[in-house]
Design a protein around this ligand. Structure first.
Ligand SMILES: *Cc1c(COP(=O)(O)O)cnc(C)c1O
Length: 397
């Protein structure tokens, strides 16, 4: 893969016809090391956020040794790249065949569940294994998160007692897990969830060996600037310390977005301008699913030499397919004279961007290149350095 030092240089020398994915391995490595060093527990990567083999390799090499997988395909994928990684099958509703294959062929010992039916399924599929770590997924509020995960999975607190007691009888190690929703904008989301965990432990009076606070750690986007990740870690560490769990119990987390958002951005070309609408060559069926369907605003910058002579305008985007729904409302703020043939970098697409791409209507991913510059925004660069390195492209809002 070619290495490039700036998106502008890349756009002007290559003039790519298809969208180009810009990869920043150093940013993913930095995020991994941050979690490994500062989270006082085990950080496992939630593979669904971005299953690129190159990313999994980078995280593995930078100290992420545990992976949250949700399908048998993800189990096979990670096992193929990092055979020594510890895999945790954290989808609460699994196919019995998937559980069996994960257990017998891939050595997976950790599974999550949120119902007695799933517990029975795990026992059957593993032929009554006695070496399981079973994590009961508790339903918690998503009110402080941008994307809710509160309705589909998780046992209600009122029903948790029976499930915890029954799971305790089967499990070698018993865990409690939850997910506060993606892009949690306040550490108190975790504190509140931990209060529910406490109530569940107290009512069931069971010994708990693992507390898994799930994902939800934020990244930074226009209009969404979360507190520093340390504030999240501190709140979680404090809440964990005060839980009635055994002295040897472990603390786990499952970051997806926070480990990979900065890993990738996208270089797109404007194919048409109609008023404040730009027709670009990637969209809802490409890496911009969240921009289209949940109105996510990603940072953008026009790749053009020199200072813009005209003031900024808020644009919406149309993607390349012939579908009306292939529209990203934005607003995406760019110099007002942006036009056909211009290149735009759309940042922070490493999480739930690249992973969502389809080949609908014949529009597929173009080239992937490695960049050595910094991502358009970062939660891992301290303020002073950030100002120097990205001052030319800070998100203005
Ligand atoms: C999606 C998911 C994650 C990752 O969530 P982020 O918000 O990306 O950190 C972690 N755990 C489970 C069970 C998930 O479904």
């Amino acid at each position: 893969m070619h290495k490039h030092h700036s998106a502008l240089g890349l756009a002007s020398s290559l003039k790519p016809v298809q969208p180009v994915t810009l990869l920043r391995p150093h940013a993913a490595a930095r995020a991994a090391r941050f979690f490994v060093e500062k989270f006082q527990g085990r950080s496992m990567y939630a593979v669904k956020a971005n299953p690129s083999p190159d990313l999994i390799q980078i995280l593995w090499e930078n100290g992420i040794t545990q992976f949250d997988v949700a399908s048998i395909a993800e189990v096979r994928l990670v096992a193929g790249i990092a055979p020594d990684a510890k895999l945790c099958f954290m989808h609460p509703v699994k196919a019995e065949e998937a559980i069996a294959e994960a257990y017998f062929d891939y050595g997976v010992r950790t599974f999550s569940l949120d119902s007695l039916e799933e517990l029975d399924k795990i026992v059957r599929a593993t032929k009554g294994a006695t070496d399981l770590t079973l994590c009961v997924r508790l339903r918690v509020s998503s009110e402080m998160s941008k994307l809710s995960l509160a309705s589909k999975f998780g046992v209600e607190l009122a029903d948790a007692k029976e499930l915890l007691l029954r799971t305790r009888q089967v499990a070698d190690a018993l865990g409690i897990c939850f997910h506060v929703g993606s892009q949690a904008m306040s550490p108190s989301a975790y504190v509140q969830a931990m209060e529910k965990v406490r109530a569940a432990i107290v009512s069931a009076a069971v010994t708990v060996d693992v507390i898994d606070v799930g994902g939800g750690f934020p990244s930074v986007y226009p209009g969404m600037e979360p507190p520093a990740l340390e504030a999240y870690f501190n709140a979680i560490h404090q809440a964990f310390e005060s839980l009635p769990v055994s002295y040897s119990s472990e603390l786990w987390c499952e970051p997806g977005r926070a480990l990979c958002a900065e890993y990738a951005s996208l270089l797109v070309r404007v194919e048409r301008r109609r008023g404040d609408e730009l027709y670009i060559n990637d969209g809802a069926y490409g890496a911009l699913f969240d921009a289209a369907h949940v109105g996510w605003r990603f940072p953008v910058q026009l790749l053009r030499d020199g200072e813009p002579r005209i003031r900024d305008t808020g644009f919406s985007f149309y993607g390349p397919t012939c579908d009306d729904m292939d529209r990203m409302a934005g607003p995406f703020v760019l110099p007002g004279d942006v036009n056909v043939g211009d290149y735009i970098e759309i940042g922070m697409l490493g999480a739930y961007g690249c992973a969502m791409r389809t080949g609908f209507n014949g529009f597929t991913a173009g080239e992937r290149v490695i960049m050595t510059d910094e991502p358009m925004a970062s939660l891992y660069i301290d303020d002073d350095t950030q100002r120097e390195t990205v001052s030319h492209n800070v998100i203005t809002l």
